[in-house]
Ligand binder design. Structure first.
Ligand code: 9MJ
Length: 676
C-alpha cells in the first residue's frame, strides 16, 4: 500500500470512529486504539506535507487566533420562529396553515425538540465544509469557521455522494448538561469562573477568537434544516430531509417525529414535556414544521418568520423570592421604569436579582409592597418579571409605591401624559442618565457601532463632563481618553480608531443612532429609503412623514418634534461638520433605480475603513446586491487586504475587481450626489 493510500484509509477510519463516538454516541474502539490511529496519521502527514488536506481529521484545530470575526452575509436570511405559548395559539397556527394551503383534511408536520443553543449555518462546497457562521441579526452573522471546525460532531466532509455541490446546513450549537457540569467542575478546580448555564457556556465557547480555546469546550451540533443550496434533488419532505442530513453524517434529533394534525402536535408536545428533564440537553419547547417542502414554499414567509413553522414554548419557569426594594431606572427617552430588587433566586437558568415592574399602574394592579414574597418568572432571553404576590392581602407594613415627582438622577420634574402609562423625566439631555443612554444607543452595534465604547466608559465620559452629546465623541483626543480610569494607551488608540471608523456609515444607521422616540431600526431604514437624504427628512412635516409606509401619527409627531428642536439640529450639524460623518445618500434609489440597481457585488478581504456590514449597507442603499460567492453574474468584486480565493475566482472569470475607494466613488456616482 502506498503512503497516500494508507493516509486515505486512516482518515476514513478516524472519520468513522468520530462519527460513531460523537454523532451516534456508540464508540466501537477504545480511546487508546483511536489515539494510535490518530498519531499514525499525524506522523504520516508530518512526513508528507504534500498529502495534507483541510478536511483531514487532524486539521480540526489549527487556525491561528483571530483579531475579530469577519462578517458574513447569509445567502438566505436566518429567520427566527414565531412562538406559541398555548394550545389555542397552536390551533390557530394549524388553522392558518390549512387555510393557506386550502387543505380540508389534516396536515402532516415534522415535530422536533427546540434546542436552547445558538443557531449556525454551515456551508459545504463539493461536500467540504468551507464556512460556518453565527445567526447574528439574521441577515449578517459572524464567521466562526475555525471554531466550528473544532466540533467533532460537525463533519469536515460529508458522507455518501448524493449531496448537492452547494449546501448550507443549519442547526444549533449547544452543550449537553453533563458536559456542562464537567466543564464547571474543571473551572472550579482551576479556581476559574463558572458558567451560568449550558447556553451561556456554549455561546462563550463559540465566540472565542482562539479556536484552541473553543476546542477545549464540549460543544455539540444538531442539524435541523438547510439554508440555501441543494436546488433540485432534495427529498420532498422535511422529515426525509432530516434523514438525509443524518445520512450525510450530521447529528439530527432522535426525538424528531412525523405527526398528523393538531392532535398529533399537542400529543407530541405533552410527551416531550414529560421527557424534558431526562433529555441530555436543555430545550425550551418544540418546533412544528409543515412536512411537505413544496407546501412550505407555498406558505412562504411573513416579514420575519416562516408561515410554515412555529415554536411551541414550554411555560416559563417561575420561582419564589423576596421583593427587597423598588428602584427607578431612567431610560434613553426619559421613561422612568420601576425595577424590583430581589433576593437572588435561580430561575430559567440564571440567578435573577432584579426584574422589571413596567410602570406605576402595573405595580398598583399587582399590589406590590416592599417586603412581599413574590413569584418571579423568566423564560429564555426574556427580561425577568414579577408575576404576582404570594400570600394573603392585606399584608405587612410594606409601603405602597409612589412614582417620584422629580427625577432621581437630575431632579427635573416628572411628567405623565394622560393617555400614557409611562412617567418621564423632563430633563432631556440635561439629565445625565438620559445623556448616558443616548450615547450608549448612539454607539451601539446596530447604530454607529463604535466598538469599545462600553457602559463604563460612557459613565466616565459623562460624569467627568467630557462628553455631553454624541458629536463631542468626534472631538476626543488621545490624551483626554488615556486619562480615564482603566484606559491603557492601546485601548485608547483602539477606541479612537473605532470612532474614526464609525464616521463612514449609512443614512439608516445615522437616523437610528439619533435615538428619536418611536424610531427603531426598521423605521429608520424606511425613513432612509423614503427620503433618501437627511436634509429632506429634516424638512419633512408630519403629513409628509406619514407618507412613509408604517409611519403613523404618533411616530410622525415624535420625528417632527425631534427634528424641530434647535438643540438636536445643532448636534446633527456638528456630527456632519466638524464631526465628519458621511454616508452615501441614495436619492436615485428612492425615485428611480440607480446605476447600482441590479448590480451584484462580492466583498472579500478586509477593507481599510469600512466594515463588511457598512460596505454591504452602502451597496444596498444604492440599489445593489451583495452576494457571498463569485460567479459569471458578479459585476464587481470589492477586494481588501488578504483577499483569498474569491479574488482568484474573479480574475479567472474576468470579473472587475475594485478597492474601497473605487467602491465609494462608484456609489457616489450612482447616487448622483456627493456625500454630505
Ligand atoms: C431549534 N432551535 O431547535 C429551528 N430549531 O427552523 C429547530 N430551530 C428553526 N428548528 C427554522 N428544531 C428556523 C429555526
Amino acid at each position: 500500500m502506498s503512503v497516500g493510500q494508507r493516509v486515505d484509509r486512516l482518515r476514513a477510519e478516524i472519520r468513522r470512529h468520530d462519527y460513531q463516538y460523537y454523532v451516534l454516541d456508540a464508540p466501537q474502539i477504545s480511546d487508546s486504539e483511536y489515539d494510535r490511529l490518530f498519531r499514525e496519521l499525524q506522523a504520516l502527514e508530518a512526513e508528507h506535507p504534500e498529502l495534507l488536506r483541510s478536511d483531514s481529521p487532524t486539521q480540526r484545530v489549527g487556525a491561528a487566533p483571530l483579531a475579530v470575526f469577519a462578517a458574513v452575509a447569509h445567502a438566505t436570511p436566518m429567520l427566527s420562529l414565531n412562538n406559541a405559548f398555548s394550545d389555542d395559539e397552536v390551533a390557530a397556527f394549524d388553522r392558518r396553515v390549512r387555510e393557506g394551503l386550502a387543505i380540508e383534511g389534516e396536515v402532516d408536520y415534522s415535530a422536533e425538540p427546540k434546542f436552547d443553543g445558538l443557531a449556525v449555518g454551515l456551508s459545504y462546497e463539493n461536500g467540504i465544509l468551507v464556512r460556518g457562521a453565527t445567526r447574528g441579526d439574521g441577515v449578517t452573522g459572524e464567521d466562526v469557521t475555525a471554531n466550528l471546525r473544532t466540533l467533532h460532531s460537525i463533519p469536515l466532509c460529508l458522507q455518501g455522494n448524493d449531496w448537492p455541490t452547494q449546501l448550507e446546513v443549519r442547526g444549533e450549537v449547544l452543550m449537553w448538561r453533563r458536559d456542562f457540569e464537567r466543564l464547571n467542575a474543571r473551572q472550579r478546580e482551576r479556581a476559574e469562573k463558572e458558567f451560568v448555564n449550558p447556553r451561556n457556556a456554549a455561546a462563550g465557547g463559540l465566540r472565542q477568537l482562539d479556536p484552541r480555546v473553543t476546542a477545549t469546550r464540549p460543544l455539540r451540533f444538531f442539524a435541523y434544516g438547510i439554508g440555501g443550496g441543494g436546488a433540485g434533488g432534495l427529498p420532498p419532505t422535511h422529515s426525509a430531509l432530516l434523514d438525509r442530513l443524518a445520512a450525510w453524517g450530521f447529528p439530527v434529533s432522535p426525538e424528531r417525529r412525523r405527526v398528523c394534525g393538531l392532535a398529533g402536535l399537542l400529543t407530541y408536545f405533552g410527551e416531550i414535556g414529560r421527557r424534558r428533564d431526562g433529555l441530555p440537553y436543555d430545550i425550551d419547547g418544540v418546533v412544528y414544521k409543515v412536512d411537505d417542502l413544496a407546501a412550505q414554499n407555498r406558505l412562504g414567509f411573513a416579514s420575519r418568520a416562516p408561515r410554515f413553522a412555529i415554536a411551541h414554548k414550554f411555560a416559563a419557569e417561575e420561582a419564589v423570592t423576596e421583593l427587597l426594594d423598588i428602584s427607578i431606572q431612567v431610560g434613553r427617552t426619559g421613561a422612568l421604569t420601576p425595577v424590583a430588587r430581589l433576593a437572588p433566586v435561580f430561575v430559567g437558568g440564571v440567578t435573577v436579582t432584579s426584574a422589571t415592574l413596567h410602570n406605576e399602574d402595573e405595580i398598583r394592579r399587582k399590589d406590590l409592597r416592599i417586603g412581599d414574597t413574590v413569584v418571579v418568572r423568566r423564560a429564555g432571553d426574556v427580561i425577568p418579571e414579577v408575576v404576582r404576590v404570594l400570600g394573603e392581602k392585606p399584608r405587612g407594613a410594606g409601603k405602597e409605591f409612589v412614582m417620584p415627582a422629580r427625577c432621581p438622577v437630575c431632579d427635573s420634574s416628572v411628567a405623565r401624559d394622560a393617555d400614557e402609562a409611562v412617567a418621564r423625566c423632563t430633563g432631556g439631555l440635561y439629565c445625565p442618565a438620559q445623556r448616558k443612554q443616548a450615547l450608549r444607543h448612539f454607539a451601539s452595534r446596530r447604530a454607529l457601532d463604535i466598538e469599545g465604547l462600553g457602559d463604563k466608559l460612557v459613565e466616565q465620559l459623562v460624569d467627568q463632563g467630557i462628553v455631553h452629546t454624541p458629536d463631542e465623541l468626534y472631538g476626543l483626543d488621545l490624551s483626554a481618553i488615556a486619562r480615564l480610569e482603566r484606559m491603557a494607551d492601546k485601548s485608547a488608540k483602539n477606541l479612537l480608531s473605532a470612532i474614526e471608523k464609525s464616521k463612514r456609515t449609512t443614512l439608516a444607521r445615522f437616523i437610528y443612532a439619533l435615538g428619536i422616540r418611536n424610531v427603531g431600526e426598521a423605521t429608520a431604514k424606511d425613513l432612509a429609503r423614503h427620503f433618501g437624504s437627511l436634509d429632506r427628512l429634516l424638512a419633512a412635516d408630519e403629513a409628509l412623514l406619514m407618507q412613509v409606509p408604517d409611519v403613523g401619527p404618533t411616530v410622525a409627531k415624535s420625528i417632527h418634534l425631534f427634528c424641530r428642536e434647535p438643540h438636536n439640529r445643532q448636534v446633527i450639524e456638528r456630527l456632519r461638520h466638524p464631526g465628519g460623518l458621511v454616508w452615501s445618500e441614495g436619492d436615485a434609489y428612492v425615485s428611480a433605480p440607480g446605476a447600482a440597481s441590479g448590480k451584484v457585488f462580492v466583498l472579500t478581504g478586509s477593507l481599510p475603513s469600512l466594515t463588511r456590514e457598512a460596505a454591504q449597507a452602502l451597496i444596498e442603499t444604492a440599489g445593489g446586491k451583495v452576494s457571498g460567492s463569485v460567479s459569471r453574474k458578479t459585476d464587481y468584486v470589492v477586494a481588501g487586504a488578504e483577499a483569498g480565493s474569491k479574488l482568484d475566482k474573479a480574475r479567472q472569470l474576468g470579473v472587475r475587481v475594485i478597492d474601497e475607494d473605487e467602491l465609494l466613488a462608484l456609489l457616489n456616482e450612482i447616487s448622483g450626489q456627493p456625500s454630505p
